[in-house]
Design a protein around this ligand. Structure first.
Ligand code: GDP
Ligand code: IMO
Ligand code: MG
Length: 419
């Protein structure tokens, strides 16, 4: 396998964790490049469930380097808890590497986020409350605390002072320096053995001809530049985010794969043209167990959106698609797929850049026959019901990309390579 990027092609939770776990066995390293503990990536092995928030989803394969790049925002408390949890379940966490340049999520980021969401009122984003937005804000505002700072008392003291002063003046928050200082220095000591220059590490791996998998969190439509702004996350989950989020050049990437669900879900607020409000939405939610891996919130469900897929193909330069959760559609009589949007008598095939259209457009659907058969036990593509094959072909035609892998269940082995 070559150096490959995996991104979410919709609004997150497409099943990236399961796919990364599957592909990890063929590579030497798995690298997270953006996001933080807003991510919840699920891997199920022999009915045992793992949910990864910060640690790359390749960690269950011994000997694979798992790297947290500079583009990630790290809550050290969450990371340490994740390491401890894995160890207590018998998983070795020796090959973990954490960028010294990654930014730290502080407790005050969560507090700021709470205040901001409160102030937005009806227009709230519905964030995961993990402090992600404010942490990235501090990074861009050049007052962020970085992983390496946790190793230097003097630097951390100085940076904390600046930040606490800022919080007092702008938010009226009075936080004590002493407690935070000692607590975060302690996290630094616990994480020290993992901290390194991860850009150099990835560069060396690539120079040795090793294969690297880049693990996207969130999804294309949650990208801060290309998503349904402002109802997005605060990073670039699209393929372009890899270069800045790891510190490698674009010429080092060989392949970009997108993961999409056989329908669409979204957690939190914001436009969702193909959302189903009614019985079928409930069926998808229940059969797909559509509850957030990080927050437990019910996910909004909708029909597959070909306009969104075409957009994901364009923005990420997708070479191939990986489709998940086909089995969830097994019981439906009819399945709809959105091929275009209608807005004021206009038919729109490409994802529009104007928020008004996302909010007010009407999806144009093509209806297909459901296959009404259990696909969850299928292991060879030729054994798929022909109506399911027709549905897959329709998705490929809409996106203009081939489906390479098909997932038909949550377990590690519930996966088919499509010819
Ligand atoms: P991620 O954030 O993209 O890694 O996705 P999540 O882990 O948040 O959500 C995907 C959910 O679907 C998890 O509960 C997975 O165990 C589950 N899942 C993944 N693939 C399949 C599949 O093909 N069929 C079914 N039924 N569940 C799946
Ligand atoms: P994975 O990696 C689905 C959503 C939140 C909210 C918006 C902003 O598991 O696919 P944030 O906390 O990032 O500031 O919230 O983004 N969101 C996700 N939705 N999956 C995720 O991650 C998400 N991470 C953030 O629900 O709408
Ligand atoms: Mg998730």
């Amino acid at each position: 396998m070559s150096n490959t990027v995996i991104v979410g092609a919709q609004w997150g939770d497409e099943g990236k964790g399961k796919i990364i776990d599957f592909l990890a066995k063929k590579v030497d390293a798995v690298v997270r490049f953006q996001g933080g503990s807003n991510a919840g990536h699920t891997v199920v092995v022999n009915n045992e469930k793992f949910i990864f928030h910060l640690i790359p989803s390749g960690i269950l394969h011994p000997g694979k380097k798992c790297i947290i790049g500079n583009g990630v925002v790290v809550d050290p408390k969450v990371l340490i808890a994740e390491i401890e949890d894995l160890k207590s379940r018998g998983i070795k966490v020796d090959d973990l590497y954490l960028s010294s340049q990654a930014h730290i999520v502080m407790p005050y980021h969560m507090e700021i986020e709470r205040l901001e969401e409160e102030q937005r009122g009806e227009g709230k984003i519905g964030t995961t409350k993990r402090g992600i937005g404010p942490a990235y804000t501090d990074k861009i505002a050049r007052r962020g605390i970085r992983v390496a700072d946790l190793l230097e008392r003097e630097t951390l003291t100085q940076k904390l002072k600046i930040n606490l002063e800022f919080l007092k003046n702008f938010y009226g928050l009075n936080l004590p320096l002493k407690n935070a200082l000692e607590e975060y220095l302690q996290y630094g000591r616990k994480l020290k053995r993992y901290i390194t220059d991860t850009s150099m590490l990835v560069y060396e791996l690539m120079r040795e001809g090793k294969n690297v998998l880049f693990e996207g969190a969130q999804g294309t439509l949650l990208d801060v530049d290309h998503g349904t702004y402002p109802y997005v996350t605060s990073s670039n989950p699209t393929a372009g985010g890899v270069c800045t989020g790891v510190g490698i050049g674009p010429t080092r990437i060989d392949k970009v794969l997108g993961v999409a669900k056989a329908y669409v879900t979204r957690v939190g607020e914001g436009p969702f043209p193909t959302e189903i409000k009614g019985e079928i939405g409930e069926i998808l939610k229940n059969r797909g167990k559509e509850y957030g891996s990080t927050t437990g919130r019910p996910r909004r469900c909708g029909w597959f959106d070909g306009v969104v897929l075409r957009y994901a193909v364009r923005i990420n330069g997708l070479d191939e698609l990986i489709l998940t959760k086909l089995d969830v559609l097994d019981t439906l009589d009819k399945i709809k797929i959105c091929v275009a949007y209608k807005y004021k008598h206009q038919v729109i095939r490409e994802f529009p850049s104007q928020p008004r259209i996302w909010q007010e457009c009407e999806p144009i659907y093509e209806e297909m026959e459901g296959w009404k058969e259990d696909t969850s036990k299928v292991t060879r593509s030729k054994d798929l019901p022909w109506k399911a094959k027709k549905y897959l072909k329709k998705i490929e035609d809409e996106g203009g990309v081939p489906i390479h892998l098909l997932s038909v269940g949550p377990q590690r082995g519930d996966l088919l390579v499509l010819d």
